[in-house]
Write a protein that binds this ligand. Structure first.
Ligand code: HAM
Length: 431
């Protein structure tokens, strides 16, 4: 019988203990910035009716047509693991009558999503996003605010070379006309397009603008631009959005070929990348835009909205890479204990557990290895962890209510009364 070694699924990865610190940092930044801007936290289920995404995200989008994890339940319902948050957020807005609340309703969330994509750098089949949505506001100022918040989060996480690409893709009034202009441009160059784009030419010529194939990029370079073909309303909206971005002094650049790969977008779309000098390609870190027709499409009232989502795994990879190259100097790692509590003998072990609890209550991080009995083994563990201060709690100490502190750097030892030890150690690691 052959033994199979179980592995994780392709495109799915663990977030290992050593990476949790980055994950937590991202979560904290998102939460504090979302709170500051008055966004409320919401959690939606991982599983929804597949129809929500077929209708909302779009039946022809890659995320739904090629990548959605969907299946029938025992009861016969066709359900899907969420490939993105936006349709779920809108469903929840409609289902819970949030149109009765003061508008816009500002929501944020964070969690795992699933897309059966071709695995490559920064592209996973289970990945995490943070997501912000402002539902019920058509004013261009909220477009500016959503872009500002996305920028703030990356800035807060110490990203330096942030590049915001912005475009407007019009609405139902001007886009059909532009699609015709675009289709006729590409039709006369059909043979120079990749096979996928030849198909897109029929279904949605806008998507050709999004193609990463070299040959299509060349054809695209001369294509007509939607900003020259916007209706009056979309044009005025976009102009004001750009004025806000100027006022906010955000580092944006017009990208006339930015169209985004999801069906619901109208007017403003944007993507944020980091111009990296180390070549660690991760693609866009944040993507978003306005979706003024989605609430109605999913059965709600006519309600304008805008939002954005950030790829946590990609952001985490870049943060980790940055720190590997430039390890922080002179900064204490708050997560890493600087004290080790070693014990010897049954009575000392019992008392150590109590002392450990006292350190926890005082919020002083302490490492231990209670499962080990030998002092040598415990000192070796402390040494491996790079810990300087070891508290030794042996039989004599337990009987006489003191503890021995050993400085691992020079081997010097001193005795501390048991009732003073927490306070004294707290002061020691402060300095
Ligand atoms: P999206 O562009 O599909 O937009 O995804 C947003 C971000 O999620 C991307 O910029 C990227 O950082 C990350 N991401 C997407 N796919 C993957 C993947 N396979 N692996 C790792 N990271 C990935 C949306 O999802 C929209 N719902 C954003 C939005 C919110 N628009 C309006 N409101």
């Amino acid at each position: 019988m052959t033994k199979t070694k179980l592995q994780g699924l392709t495109g799915m990865h663990d977030i290992l203990p050593q990476d949790q610190i980055y994950f937590k940092k991202i979560q904290k930044s998102v939460e504090s910035i979302a709170n500051y801007y008055g966004f409320s936290k919401i959690d939606t289920p991982l599983l929804e009716y597949a129809e929500l995404f077929i209708k909302g995200t779009g039946a022809d989008t890659d995320a739904v047509a090629k990548e959605m994890y969907s299946f029938r339940t025992k009861g016969g319902d066709l359900v899907a693991l969420r490939p993105e948050f936006t349709p779920s957020m809108v469903r929840s807005y409609i289902e819970h009558g949030m149109h009765n609340l003061p508008q816009p309703v500002k929501l944020w969330t964070l969690g795992p999503l699933f897309r059966h994509e071709k695995p490559q750098a920064g592209r996973y089949r289970q990945f995490f996003q943070f997501d912000i949505e402002a539902i019920g506001d058509k004013s261009p100022s909220i477009d500016g605010q959503i872009i500002q918040m996305s920028y703030d989060i990356l800035k807060d996480l110490s990203f330096k070379n942030i590049n915001i690409g912005v475009n407007s893709i019009g609405d139902t009034e001007c886009r059909p006309h532009f699609k015709k202009i675009l289709a006729s441009y590409f039709k006369s160059r059909r043979s120079s397009l990749c096979a996928d784009c030849q198909r897109r030419l029929k279904e949605n010529p806008l998507r050709i603008l999004d193609c990463k194939e070299e040959k299509c990029q060349q054809v695209k370079a001369g294509a007509p631009q939607i900003i020259d073909n916007l209706c009056e309303n979309c044009h005025a909206h976009f102009k004001q959005v750009l004025e806000f971005l100027d006022e906010l002094e955000l580092p944006y650049a017009l990208n006339p070929y930015l169209v985004r790969g999801l069906d619901y977008y109208t007017k403003t779309v944007f993507e944020i990348m980091e111009k990296s000098d180390d070549g660690l390609a991760q693609g866009s870190l944040v993507g978003g835009g306005r979706y003024d027709n989605l609430v109605k499409l999913l059965g709600g009232r006519d309600t304008p909205a805008i939002g954005a989502a950030g790829g946590i795994d990609r952001i985490l990879n870049l943060m980790k890479n940055r720190e590997l190259k430039n390890p922080p100097v002179g900064k204490k790692n708050q997560e890493k204990p600087e004290i080790f509590l070693a014990q010897l003998g049954q009575m000392a072990k019992r008392k150590s557990l109590k002392l450990f609890e006292e350190f926890r209550a005082a919020k002083v991080p302490v490492a231990e290895s209670f499962s080990k009995d030998s002092l040598r083994a415990q000192l070796k563990t402390a040494d491996k962890m790079g810990i300087r201060w070891v508290l030794i709690f042996g039989q004599k100490e337990a009987l006489e209510n003191f503890i021995t502190l050993r400085d691992m750097e020079n081997g010097v030892q001193k005795e501390i009364p048991l009732d003073k030890v927490v306070e004294e150690m707290k002061n020691k690691i402060k300095n």
